[in-house]
Design a protein around this ligand. Structure first.
Ligand SMILES: [Zn+2]
Length: 414
């Protein structure tokens, strides 16, 4: 059998995804595997088992990133690396992240059963805490590994209960001994669901991102003054929640006001003491701003920040702003993007050039190595929700594109 007719096993990929989706399964058909939780540990254990079953050399680094290496004929050449993440949002979907990790695993299973050797080694990876929902910022494992984030700072980041990352890494047994420091990568591929409606709307099968938008995360802390709601007149109140409410609408209005390619969202809010008969004195909320144009996003944020300060002052509240994450937009290697496009065409799959509006570990890896991504359609464009879905046929098609991209890159000598 010629290498060009090689295909992954769609049924096996489906079974593998279904087995993984049992871990942290939610009643609504999704999964909940928050980073470094018991469910995350179970998912990691199963993944490591699968890597070992394939005879791969497994490494866990001090950030809990897991690598499974398949040897190459010239084993010292920089490897082709592919993967994504196994953690999820609260009540998240079964495909986000898992498809990229298990799609790469399926590609290696296919190579193994067909006794196909490659010149370069191939590594499948699960990055720690891509989602950033339990511990912010997101893309923590790849961020430290590439040197974009400081490990000791990241170790001390806490969840809502004040538990630091380092404690949870140790508790679940995934604080490895190997340093979480970058080594040379020949090519990095990340296979992922689109998480948006573009492919479905255009009736296309394979999405080929030119890159990933920039991402700005802020945490906003407002402090007012608590008091009994009945006896306290409306005049002279310092209501932190009302200040936050005004600010949140400013975030929502920002993209319309500033134009261009921009989205802005408040996704989380904590109100204190959160009692119906106490004027709220503390509010913490998040701001997420994304754009293909880094400067446009920054200017929009600076404008927003000024408006926040005006609102806080008018309401007699103090405001404290923390920049939690800033990731520049990632422009992928055009030669590699073309290779993905050509591969899809050779396999007779329709494809569509686009930009990723979601953040991915590929954003950080792109800073140190040639990187590209492969997208498949999200049914109804839904993601980060339990009903997130992608047809099994589409999962199989994307994995075939990944397999052949990996094969080509892993047989490059130069
Ligand atoms: Zn993801």
């Amino acid at each position: 059998m010629g290498i060009s007719s090689l295909r992954i096993n769609g049924q096996r990929l489906q079974t593998t995804l279904e087995d993984m989706a049992k871990i942290g399964a939610t009643p609504g058909g999704g999964v909940q595997r928050l980073a470094l939780s018991n469910e995350d540990k179970q998912a990691r254990d199963l993944f490591v088992q699968w890597l070992q079953d394939l005879g791969l050399e497994v490494t866990k680094d001090e950030m809990g990133n897991i690598f499974g290496k398949r040897r190459g004929k010239l084993d010292n050449l920089p490897p082709v690396v592919s993967g994504s993440h196994l953690d999820s949002q609260p009540k998240g979907g079964r495909f986000d992240g898992a498809l990229g990790v298990l799609g790469a695993l399926e590609a290696l299973r296919t190579l193994n059963e067909n006794d196909i050797d490659t010149i370069r080694p191939i590594i499948v990876v699960n990055w720690t805490n891509e989602e950033g929902t339990r511990f912010a910022p997101d893309m923590m494992g790849s961020g430290v590994w590439t040197g974009a984030l400081d490990k000791d700072w990241v170790y001390q980041r806490t969840d809502i209960n004040g538990i630091p990352v380092i404690e949870e890494l140790e508790r679940i047994g995934y604080r490895g001994k190997t340093s979480a420091t970058k080594w040379p990568i020949h090519i990095y591929y990340e296979y992922h669901i689109e998480q948006g409606p573009i492919l479905e709307r255009n009736n296309k099968l394979i999405g080929i991102p030119r890159g990933i938008v920039s991402l700005l995360w802020f945490d906003i802390y407002i402090e007012g003054e608590a008091n009994q709601v009945g006896p306290t007149p409306m005049e002279g109140r310092h209501d932190a929640l009302c200040a936050a409410a005004e600010m949140i609408l400013k975030v929502d209005q920002l993209p319309r006001k500033r134009g261009g390619n921009l989205v802005a969202t408040v996704g989380a809010i904590h109100n204190y003491p959160n009692s119906r008969n106490i004027i709220p004195d503390k509010v913490h909320f998040t701001v997420d701003i994304r754009s293909w144009d880094d400067l446009h996003a920054l200017n929009a944020w600076n404008n927003l920040k000024r408006e926040f300060k005006v609102i806080a002052e008018r309401r007699g509240c103090s405001i404290h702003i923390e920049e939690t994450s800033r990731v520049e937009h990632a422009q992928f290697d055009q030669r590699l993007v073309q290779l993905v496009s050509d591969t899809a065409q050779t396999l007779a799959y329709s494809s569509h050039s686009m930009v990723s509006g979601a953040g991915h570990d590929a954003s950080y890896i792109n800073q140190i190595a040639s990187t590209a991504m492969i997208f498949v359609p999200s049914i109804g464009g839904r993601s980060h929700v339990e009903v997130e879905n992608t047809s099994w046929m589409d999962c199989e098609a994307g994995a075939n594109v990944l397999l052949h991209c990996i094969l080509k890159s892993a047989n490059e000598t130069g």
